[in-house]
Design a protein around this ligand. Structure first.
Ligand code: I24
Ligand code: DGL
Length: 275
């Protein structure tokens, strides 16, 4: 049987393009439908209730395309909404936390693992929960690094200022004797160089994008749902905010022109809500 259904990927903005790119590389026959909620990004500082609501709205939008799988490519949204979304749908729902946690378990020798992410991700405790579920004796230290996303979005990957901010943000990580650090945010792999410099070569750095693409591959294979299409799929992208910004970043990152459709949300906002 030929499976023509697409993989739906969602994120708070453009960060999930790292997962989309990995899927394109590892699974070039799969069609992707991507939604970036750029109008309401960043999700990192928002409450879990709000992130859950936003994620639900995006999934309701994406489900009209009849995808074979939903991928929550944002760590903050995975932390707040994965279980909730998975319970609502009959198709597989994959987040970025479990794949990263699994990779860390297989990479650590000492069992001392560090996790960094947004305030929402770290506050949820979703990473320690995923790690301990897989391996009960693992020791986890986690720390929110809210200053790192702005650095990436300013394109400051390797400046002196970046090194200083990274050093400050990872202070508690350096005081713990970890041998493996999960970069629990879509944006942090862009700071890999600075993070490596601060943590030293003895600490393995785990990025979720590749791990998540592998998990997508495994699940689709097990379900006999890998695409058998001969032609290169035409992916579809949607964003809720500025089209030009999304297009520029997507072009630069994916190295190809994309089909992008702007979406205007018609949702009621609570009074005083800073959307
Ligand atoms: N990287 C990200 N987001 C940006 C950016 C960037 N601008 C330059 N680069 N802007 O994400 C998003 C602006 N926000 C503002 C708040 O609302 C939502 C949008 C990480 C990259 C994801 C692929 C640097 C940059 C780039 C191209 C590729 C990679 C990269 F321009 F880091
Ligand atoms: N995509 C988010 C994450 O991985 C980072 C950006 C944001 O705060 O929205 O947690």
């Amino acid at each position: 049987m030929f499976v023509h259904q697409a993989i739906a990927i969602l994120d708070s903005g453009v960060g999930g393009l790292t997962v989309a790119k990995e899927v394109m590389r590892q699974l070039p026959r799969e069609k992707i439908i991507y939604f970036g909620d750029t109008a309401r990004a960043p999700y990192g500082p928002r409450s879990p209730e709000q992130v859950r609501l936003f994620t639900e709205q995006i999934v309701d939008f994406l489900i009209q395309f009849n995808p074979k799988m939903v991928v929550i490519a944002c760590n903050t949204a995975t932390a707040a909404a994965l279980d909730f979304i998975a319970a609502k749908l009959t198709i597989p729902v994959i987040g970025v936390i479990h794949p990263g946690a699994r990779a860390a378990i297989s990479a650590t020798k000492t069992g001392h693992v560090g996790v960094i992410g947004t305030v929402g991700t770290i506050r949820s405790g979703a990473y320690p929960a995923a790690l301990i579920e897989l391996s009960p004796y693992i020791q986890v230290v986690s720390e929110a690094c809210p200053d790192l996303v702005p650095l990436v979005e300013q394109g400051q990957f390797d400046t002196e200022h970046t090194k200083e901010v990274v050093r400050r943000s990872l202070h508690s990580m350096r005081q713990n004797d970890i041998d493996c650090l999960i970069l629990g945010c879509t944006h942090y792999p862009f700071l890999r160089g600075a993070i490596r410099e601060v943590m030293g070569p003895g600490v393995k750095l785990i990025s979720s994008a590749e791990e998540t693409a592998r998990e997508i591959s495994t699940v689709l294979y097990q379900k006999g749902q890998l695409s058998k299409g001969e032609k290169t799929p035409v992916h579809q992208f949607f964003c809720s905010g500025d089209v030009k910004m999304f297009q520029t970043i997507a072009w630069e990152w994916l190295d190809e022109e994309i089909q992008l459709t702007p979406i205007v949300w018609h949702v009621r906002r609570a009074a005083g809500d800073a959307v």
